[in-house]
Every structure is written in C-alpha cells, then in structure tokens.
Write a protein that binds this ligand. Sequence first.
Ligand code: CA
Length: 228
Amino acid sequence: MSGGKGTVLLCEDEDNIADLVRIYLEEESYRVIRAKTGGEALDQAARQAPCLLLLDVGLPDMNGFDVCRVLRERGNPVPVLFLTARDSEIDKVLGLELGADDYVTKPFSPRELTARVKAVLRRSAPEIAVAAVAVGDAVIDAARREIRLAGQNDPVFLTAKEFDLLWFLAENKGLVMSREQILRNVWGYEWAGETRTVDAHIRQLRKKLGDALPIKTVWRVGYQIAEH
Ligand code: CA
C-alpha cells in the first residue's frame, strides 16, 4: 500500500506516535515520509513536494509554529495540519497568523486523523468549475490557485485557507457573507472553531492584497467584496 493518494510528510519526534500515524495513513493509501526534527521537515518539504505536512508542535530543535512560519516565508504552500498536545497550542494555531490549515489534538483516533487529513486535502484542491474571476484590480485564478494584482509581476502567495476564503467571497461578490456562512462554507461543518478564525484570515488577506482587492467589513454582519 503506497502512494495511491499522494505523499504525506510527517514531522514527529516520538516514535510511537509516528508509527501509529504511519499505520493509519498507509491503510488509507497515503505514502508517508517522516522527519524527526523541524530542520528535517523543512528540508523534506522542499525536496519531496508532499501533498500535506503533519506537524508536531513540540520538536527537539525548533517548535512546529516556527517550522510553519519558515515554510511560508520560503513560499511553500503545502497544507499544514498541526498535531497539538495542549490547549495553549490550539489557541496559537487558531490565531492563524501561521498559515496552518487545521489541527488534531493528541491523543487522536485513526478515524479522526484520517478525516482531518482528507478534509484538508479536499479543501486545498477543491473542484472549481470557473477558471478565474476578476475583482477590483485583481484576477483570482482558481486553476493555479493564485492571485494576480494589476501592475505586479509576481502572484500573491496565499495559504490554502486564505485562497478558499477569498474565492468564496469573490464567487459571492456584491453579497454580504456572515462569519457563520463563511465558516460553514470555507471550513466545513466539521470545523469546531470560532468566528474569530474568520477575522484572523481576513486580516491576513487585507495585508496581502491591500487596496487592489478591498474586502469590506459590514458592521455586525460579516464581510463583502463589492461588485465593480
Ligand atoms: Ca513532540
């Protein structure tokens, strides 16, 4: 059983947890490669082009948050699913300045782990019927999953979740979408998070897109991309 659904990079220093995760995922036909340190994970992420990074927070050389940050600074868009052990870590993942896609809390059942993995992969590669949408001074290219702003040569890098959120607002441009609607559609019903997750992502999008693609806050309701 290998490679059927793509390669998952597992960064976990504890052998017993890593072995379990490997068994769960190989049973679902994923190929699993393992890193034991943050440094190894960064190295493997660049060389192996995994479809997902399962990232432990407590690692011997650096913490998982820093691994994720460095990965994004290097422009690597691989979806990241954190393996968390404590509530304080979950809060940090939910702060989502990190560009993480989701988290699983230890101890987890095989079923929960594989459900989260599948959900992240589904969201990071959704089937989108329309190829591209022009909004404001930007073109959102769904096939390449990138944003091009007028007058700029390089596309803007977005995390998988930021892209999905922007796409959802763009598809519904002219309409105000509530935080609850956004959570349901972008994060999915299985997501147990809060609406502040939406706010955090909107902040990130505004930082990256600036005035080229303004996202309006509608007081007490939600967010909107105006129709131009
Ligand atoms: Ca650990």
